[in-house]
Design a binder for this molecule. Structure first.
Ligand code: C2E
Ligand code: MG
Ligand code: MG
Ligand code: MG
Length: 285
């Protein structure tokens, strides 16, 4: 019995961990070929302007359809891509897809009664893309060669990037910002929130993490945090997006609190491009 206990106590690399590591290794191998074989795609989730009820923005979210395993969520494969140094290639592909979509969307969304102006596409970038590789450079190149204004694109980054003091991050953000690209802080409130960066950097908006939105209507602390973020953001001339809005009650509370935008299953999940356009047309009709 003691032997069993000893074994479980000292066997740090358990069979299940080994299985896990093997699985990640296999996943990485599969991911290397996924790009070339067209298994990745972008889906788009509408972001609603709360005051007008209209949709002017969408977040591009990466999807991987694995030939044997079916859909694999980004939370599972993005960390693997980062670990294996594949994130720059994937990020470059994401930017290429998003800018190509921005061009198509401009042609397709005239500024008429039922169609708002061009929809801005928010894309996620990993901190590693700021440290290594040339995916950010490729984003600027794409906009340039397609003749698109930077304002077509918003870049979602996380607070960690701004804390790590990577040399060059501030300069890169300034360049992107000078090109008209909006900068959003994703999952705001869950990182270290050393908010000094808000006054040093060219930030355009904050996305309140969905962990604060979930119990917004029942938990007074979540409401207090959300209202404080909105008040602070507005004083700093930043706009606020609430993530993970799932109920009408949350939407009402956020509207009352003066939140600018909302994104969540209450409106729509991320959809393939064609379905996204059907959704927009129905929404604005
Ligand atoms: P995120 O950027 O915070 O994206 C929002 C996530 O919340 C998405 O999950 C979205 O599907 C989900 N979501 C939206 N509305 C609701 C809601 O009402 N309720 C709930 N429970 N969830 C909601 P998804 O698509 O699985 O993406 C997860 C994360 O993966 C993203 O979080 C982002 O950090 C990362 N990711 C996705 N696409 C990319 C990409 O192209 N590049 C990079 N670097 N990361 C990406
Ligand atoms: Mg995001
Ligand atoms: Mg987010
Ligand atoms: Mg999030």
């Amino acid at each position: 019995h003691a032997k069993d206990e000893g074994r479980s106590r000292f066997c740090y690399f358990s069979p299940s961990m080994q299985e896990n590591a093997l699985q990640r290794l296999q996943l990485g191998k599969d991911l290397r070929s996924a790009l070339g074989e067209g298994q990745l795609s972008l889906h788009y989730q509408p972001i609603l302007d709360l005051a007008s009820g209209r949709i002017y923005k969408a977040e591009a979210l990466l999807r991987w359809m694995h030939p044997e395993r079916g859909p694999i969520p980004p939370a599972e494969f993005i960390p693997v891509a980062e670990e294996l140094g594949l994130i720059d290639a994937i990020g470059t592909w994401v930017f290429q897809e998003a800018t190509a979509a921005a061009l198509r969307w401009r042609e397709r969304t005239p500024d008429t009664q039922n169609q708002p102006g061009p929809i801005q596409i928010a894309v996620n970038a990993s901190p590693r893309q700021f440290v290594k590789g040339r995916s950010l450079e490729s984003l600027l190149d794409n906009l340039d060669s397609l003749g698109l204004p930077g304002s077509c694109i918003a870049l979602e980054i996380t607070e960690g990037l701004l804390l790590d003091e990577h040399p060059g991050v501030t300069a890169q953000l300034s360049r992107l910002s000078a090109a008209g690209i909006q900068i959003s802080i994703d999952d705001f409130g869950t990182g270290y929130s050393a908010m000094a960066y808000l006054k040093r950097m060219d930030i355009d908006n904050l996305k309140i993490d969905r962990s604060f939105i979930r119990d917004l209507t029942t938990d007074p602390s979540d409401l207090a945090i959300t209202e404080a973020i909105i008040a602070m953001a507005h004083k700093l001339d930043l706009q606020v997006v609430a993530e993970g809005v799932e109920t009408e009650a949350q939407r009402e509370r956020l509207t009352a609190a003066g939140c600018d935008f909302a994104q969540g299953y209450l409106f729509s999940p991320a959809l393939p491009e064609a379905a996204f356009f059907d959704f927009i047309a129905r929404w604005h009709a």
